[in-house]
Design a protein around this ligand. Sequence first.
Ligand code: HEM
Length: 327
Amino acid sequence: MAIRSFVLPLSTLLLLAACSAVAQLDIGYYGKSCPDVEAIVRQEMVKIISAAPSLAGPLLRLHFHDCFVRGCDASVLLDSTKGNTAERDAKPNKSLRGFGSVERVKAKLEAACPGVVSCADVLTLMARDAVVLAKGPFWPVALGRRDGRVSDAAEASRELPPSFGDVPLLAKIFASKGLDRKDLVVLSGAHTLGTAHCPSFADRLYNSTGGKDGLVDPSLDGEYADKLRLNCKSLDDAGRVSEMDPGSYKTFDTSYYRHVAKRRGLFRSDAALLTDDTTREYVRRVATGKFDDEFFGDFSESMIKMGNVGVLTGAEGEIRNKCYVLN
Ligand code: HEM
């Protein structure tokens, strides 16, 4: 497979990956205990994405939703139990997909190296490979994350950024994870992949002022709104989805920024990127199509930062046998 070159040299990315906030993470972490870990994940991911290319987006989103709640500790993968409603049953997580694929990859790793590779590392590698297989950039992933033992739906609802967020709110949430405004605009570029259910944005089509007034959000291009209304028939048309980057939603590219620049970003959070100097300048720059490699390098850098948020290492947490249940 061809791997795209970066504006940021690989040596810089390696340094970034190695100098994580958590020095215990290490690119060669499983060098002795499970030397083929990356090859096994890659082999399974090739099969998964060949069979279902539309899974690249959901797998990337799973990693993001994991990292923003209690750090990248695979807490998003745990099932609810009798006494506990887990993250995956929180409202913003109801539309997550790809759990079965994570279990499938984890089972392969358990067969090769039982009890060694954490679900948190599996998910981080799968997200990276999902991007690569969607024709996006490759970045090195430092490993050694441990799996958390706590997963709380209420926490997920509190910590995840809402689709109606403006830049001050989104920037505040990102800052609480050690990510800055550039990370916000760069990582929003993940919306080049995947689809969204109508209720995630239908208020922009039918309910822009908060009342049931049927008004279209003025920050949304009118022609595009008309098109979206043909698919999403009402405020709560929950069964339907729209492509977030129409025309190339299975390919990781920069066309998301061209849509946002033309006021065709799907969520208020996408549209909001045009209201702040830093984020607007970035959107417009990448939208020109002249800085694709720069965006690929930036995305790699921000994904490395996101993949290091709040990780558990050393003797913390556990290495789960199955990702959906505690040992
Ligand atoms: C900036 C704040 C963000 C907000 C408010 C946001 C919100 C959303 C929402 C509401 C959806 C649609 C869910 C649905 O209706 O099915 C979505 C989808 C998605 N998001 Fe985000 N997101 C944000 C940042 C990110 C980041 C940082 C990533 C990854 C690095 C990401 C990756 C994705 C992907 C790939 C999808 C498509 C999933 C699919 O196809 O099922 N998002 N996002």
